[in-house]
Design a protein around this ligand. Structure first.
Ligand code: FPP
Length: 254
């Protein structure tokens, strides 16, 4: 579909087409992977079956993103609010990184993917921390797409922590009050060093941010789909990118 769209433009040779594709593909795509529970319910299965299925589609989406030239993909895997879910569901979700990475880590090494985590990792069970730290460590020498898992992540507490840290640094004389700028705030967030998302995708028909990257998504394009996350395919990803390519980002200008 993407190629078809580009080929519609006249007078482009293949190299031009490729560079056009590269130019307009969003550098950073953030995804709220929603609808696992409903997917399971529709099939008369327990909610955790939806999470298992949701986990299994991640690889194809990561590979497709990486092939299309996406530089960073952030996946909202567990929010600070998700602790309110039933204990069995939380326990299951906490085991997912371990399960996912035991199979996927060698593949991510092959695909040159860098794993990064955004969130309060130290509050996760030790086995979850061990799994994600290992993945971060083992992929740290890779040079391809960054796969950023938002795990135990909540945007308001992230911003609040940034305020506290800035306040302490002002008090300690590390920074001056006048140094506090948008760029400095970004540096104090957990996403420091990452570009802001160009495109946000949310599956399952819900149209809200759910405390996800409130600062970072200020100028992002949003794309919503009714498709439930376990049914999300690389074709849907391409559809979202095509929609993004049709948009004009004006950043408040005209
Ligand atoms: C939201 O669907 C989904 C989650 C809270 C969990 C998402 C996690 C994964 C897809 C797997 C993560 C994998 C790794 C490796 C960390 P929901 O349960 O809220 O769905 P519902 O709205 O239909 O109930």
């Amino acid at each position: 579909m993407l190629n078809k769209l580009i080929k519609k433009r006249k007078g482009l040779d293949e190299a031009d087409e490729a560079s056009l594709l590269e130019e307009k593909v969003p550098d950073h795509i953030a995804i709220i992977m929603d609808g696992n529970g409903r997917w399971a319910k529709q099939r008369g299965m327990p909610r955790v079956a939806g999470h298992r299925e949701g986990m299994s589609v991640i690889r194809s989406i990561v590979q497709a993103g990486s092939r299309l030239g996406v530089k960073t993909m952030t996946l909202y895997a567990f929010s600070t609010e998700n602790w309110k879910r039933p204990r069995t569901e939380v326990d299951f979700l906490m085991r997912l990184p371990e399960r996912f990475l035991s199979v996927e880590l060698p593949k991510m090494m092959e695909d040159n993917v860098i794993v990064r985590i955004t969130g309060d990792v130290h509050k996760l069970p030790q086995y979850t921390q061990d799994a994600v730290h290992r993945a971060v460590h083992e992929t740290s020498g890779n040079t391809g797409m960054i796969l950023n898992f938002a795990l135990n992540y909540g945007s308001r507490s992230e911003i609040l922590d940034a305020f506290h840290a800035m306040y302490e640094d002002v008090e300690a004389g590390v920074i001056a009050k006048e140094d506090v700028s948008e760029a400095l705030v970004s540096d104090y967030l957990m996403t420091n060093g990452l570009r802001e998302p160009d495109l946000l995708i949310r599956t399952s028909g819900e149209k809200r941010l759910s405390n996800f990257m409130l600062w970072q998504l200020a100028y992002s394009e949003f794309w919503f789909t009714d498709v439930l996350w376990p049914d999300f395919t690389p074709e849907h990803l391409k559809e979202a990118i095509e929609a993004y390519q049709q948009r004009q980002r004006r950043y408040g200008g005209v």
